[in-house]
Design a protein around this ligand. Structure first.
Ligand code: KG4
Ligand code: ZN
Length: 335
């Protein structure tokens, strides 16, 4: 089954062609990072407009690279949420229009679930029950995976998502948006005391990153500081703070994952979302959990992309059938 995937939940316009849920024929991503960088974060209205502009050419390129004709598409799979309402509407309405004109079915899939599915696209046999970990700009989840479509939420963040914390700490260090890759780039062990992420009393698997971010603020700007001027640290000091923050955030995720694996008797771990792009995260996981099969997406599938949407859409269609034209975008979707 040839599936055309469409992703427009945030600031990437993406289209991909994937066969039978795993063979990627094309995976085109047009990033708006340059547009949003001067605002230090995603500017929703500009994101919507840019999706409208880029959508036709991204689609066309995905079809051309895949070497197929429009008529060969069997199914259209689109991210229906969670995400920004304007961007979501562009992708969903585009998918509906294609479904009508090509006379092919379409399905809407959950973007967060697709991030996890990206770690399953390696083709290796799946080992369930598994622990699923989503680490992205908008979400931080620990999930028990019994099977595809059969999940149980174990923990999530009570304040900032982990990627959001990376972006905010990067801002404190005067690093450009998006901050995650910039923190990874400069992080270097140095003269900075270790930090610790928060624990949540009501659930040992929940996350809290806002206290960690505030402690880093105090470390840089002092207890009574305000961020008005540029970051006062030298480059070496910034490197050390970036390293200490990264270690604290990842140690927290890994220690909660270790607990969950033990309690829920998980046979493997699937990790997805933009932060799973980080090489230090992968290294720490492998160091601390050497005996458990760990599945990360290939680097091309960690950030927002449409191949994961097409891949998951194949299974959603087989399991639940097509969606109807009255499907609405969902800015929030409970897992
Ligand atoms: O999954 P994603 O592309 O979009 C959402 O669904 O949110 O994740 C984007 C997030 C951003 O916060 C970005 O800073 C973070 O992933 N990120 C990273 C790295 N690459 C992207 N964080 C840490 N290290 C990285 N190498
Ligand atoms: Zn995402």
């Amino acid at each position: 089954m040839i599936v055309l995937g469409i992703e427009t939940t945030c600031d990437e316009t993406a289209a991909a062609v994937v066969v039978d849920g795993s063979t990627i024929l094309s995976n085109v991503v047009s990033s708006q990072v340059e547009i949003h960088r001067k605002f230090g974060g995603v500017y929703p209205e500009l994101a919507s407009r840019n999706h409208v502009e880029m959508f036709p050419c991204v689609l066309k390129e995905a079809i051309e690279i895949a070497g197929i004709s429009w008529k060969e598409i069997d199914l259209i799979s689109v991210a229906k949420g969670p995400g920004l309402i304007g961007p979501l509407m562009v992708g969903l309405n585009g998918a509906k229009a294609l479904s009508i004109s090509l006379e092919k079915p379409f399905v809407g899939v959950n973007h967060v679930e697709a991030h996890l599915y990206a770690a399953m696209m390696t083709g290796e046999p799946k080992k369930f029950p598994a622990l699923g970990i989503v680490l992205s700009g908008g979400h931080t989840f620990l999930i028990k995976i019994y099977d595809l479509f059969h999940y149980e939420l174990i923990g999530s963040t009570v304040d900032d998502a982990i990627g959001e914390a990376f972006d905010k700490v990067a801002k404190l260090l005067d690093l450009p948006y998006p901050g995650g890759p910039e923190i990874e780039k400069i992080a270097k062990e140095g003269n900075c005391p270790p930090f610790k992420a928060g624990n949540v009393k009501t659930n040992q698997y929940s996350f809290s990153f806002s206290g960690l971010k505030t402690n880093i603020f105090y470390k840089i700007y002092g207890q009574n500081g305000t961020k008005q001027g540029p970051c006062p640290l030298s480059f070496e000091e910034k490197q050390a703070v970036a390293f200490a923050f990264q270690e604290a955030a990842f140690t927290d995720v890994i220690s909660k994952a270790q607990l969950a694996v033990k309690q829920f008797e998980c046979r493997s771990i699937y990790i997805g979302g933009g932060v799973s792009n980080n090489r230090r995260l992968r290294e720490l996981f492998r160091l601390k959990m050497p005996n458990l099969p760990l599945f990360f997406p290939p680097f091309s599938l960690t950030l927002d992309n449409a191949a994961m949407i097409a891949g998951l859409g194949f299974h959603v269609y087989l399991q639940k059938g097509a969606d109807f034209l009255d499907l609405e975008p969902q800015t929030r979707i409970p897992l």
